[in-house]
Design a protein around this ligand. Structure first.
Ligand SMILES: [Zn+2]
Length: 357
């Protein structure tokens, strides 16, 4: 049996908070669309060669990791039918991964196509259509986060406005991209470069839009500090390097800042060197920090959520730790309070622990 071909009857019991839509595209869909559009494909043009080109075998750095998107973006950008399709297929894949609730993120401005064939609004609407169709069909609750990209300041206001306009299906705002772009040569945070990001996220807080910030992935703890103190982040994307600032880390643990960790990606981007004897997630677990395990970019990591948990088990995490991660993810999700309580209730039922989380 080819398990990728069937929907597993497994009870949905996972909460997935950090996954990029364009990094979660099925390689087979990218391949099919690329062939239709006569786009350049790697190797001899086969699906196998594309899969090979997307995969990272030996960890390098974030830039190398992000380069993989050059095979994905041209196949879908500017094509609303393709964008709707990948959103729908994403929800189908999440159902297969036993996901009960997912928050998927993407930057609409990166998918408008060369010359802006379509608008960022049309892109977002296409994603929402695909997700809503997938939700109805596969019984997964799926919500959206809109991403700003560091340095692309011209899109920040529009992203913010779409978060307000599409509130409900869109439950929060994020910023991703190279943290180094915000650092001075000595590694300190350049407040001037970050003024637009800070202003955007403060405005998001003012409008009641939930906030998560990619920080402390390759960047230093000072980026996490900025995210929490200035950008009013409720959750941190990755955040591994928060451990370099003990006082800040202690504060995050005591105030319940949630870390969206991505085990495979943390190694593949070089954020956590393979030579490290201890993964930051092990420390988070030991100290009772709020954190979850996520995939980040399934097309590139070539993993599903269960592969991430398998990796954690090899690091010594047990089933109780994994259940706790899912409950903490549910508590940190950006659903309105009533829907969050409903999600927690479903999760308790799935784990067979009514009234206990
Ligand atoms: Zn990410």
């Amino acid at each position: 049996m080819n398990v990728t071909e069937v929907i597993s009857p497994t009870v949905k019991c996972r909460v997935h908070l950090h996954v990029h839509l364009d990094g979660a595209v099925r390689p087979s869909t990218v391949w099919e669309l690329s062939r239709q559009k006569k786009l350049l494909l790697p190797g001899n043009g086969s699906l196998k060669d594309l899969e090979e080109a997307l995969q990272i075998r030996s960890p390098r750095d974030l830039a190398h990791y992000l380069q993989k998107f050059r095979w994905i973006t041209p196949a879908i950008a500017g094509d609303l039918a393709a964008i709707e399709r990948i959103a729908y297929e994403f929800v189908e894949d999440e159902a297969r991964r036993a996901v009960l609730y997912t928050e998927v993120r993407f930057s609409p401005h990166l998918l408008v196509g060369p010359g802006g064939q379509v608008t960022a609004r049309q892109v977002t609407e296409a994603v929402m259509r695909g997700m809503a169709r997938g939700e109805r069909q596969f019984g997964v609750t799926a919500r959206l986060l809109l991403c700003c990209i560091r340095g692309m300041t011209e899109n920040y206001d529009d992203t913010l406005d779409m978060c307000t306009e599409f509130r409900g299906q869109v439950v929060g705002i994020d910023i991703s991209g190279d943290e180094a772009s915000a650092l001075d040569v000595d590694g300190s945070v350049n407040a001037g470069l970050l003024r637009a990001e800070v202003r955007t996220f403060q405005e998001a807080a003012r409008r009641g839009i939930h906030r998560t910030v990619h920080s402390g992935e390759a960047g230093p703890a000072s980026m996490v500090k900025l995210a929490i103190d200035e950008m009013k982040a409720e959750r941190i994307g990755h955040g591994y390097h928060v451990l370099e600032d003990e006082e800040l880390y202690r504060r995050c643990v005591s105030t319940g800042v949630h870390f969206e960790c991505c085990p495979s990606s943390s190694f593949l981007t070089g954020a956590v060197p393979l030579t490290e004897t201890r993964h930051p997630m092990q420390r988070f677990c030991q100290d009772g920090a709020s954190f979850s395990a996520n995939v980040d970019d399934p097309a590139i990591t070539r993993t599903g959520l269960e592969d991430e948990y398998a990796l954690l088990r090899r690091m010594g995490f047990n089933e109780a730790n994994i259940a706790t991660m899912n409950f903490n993810a549910a508590k940190a999700c950006f659903l309105p309070e009533e829907e969050k309580q409903d999600l927690l209730q479903k999760l308790r039922q799935a784990y067979g622990v009514p009234g206990c989380d």
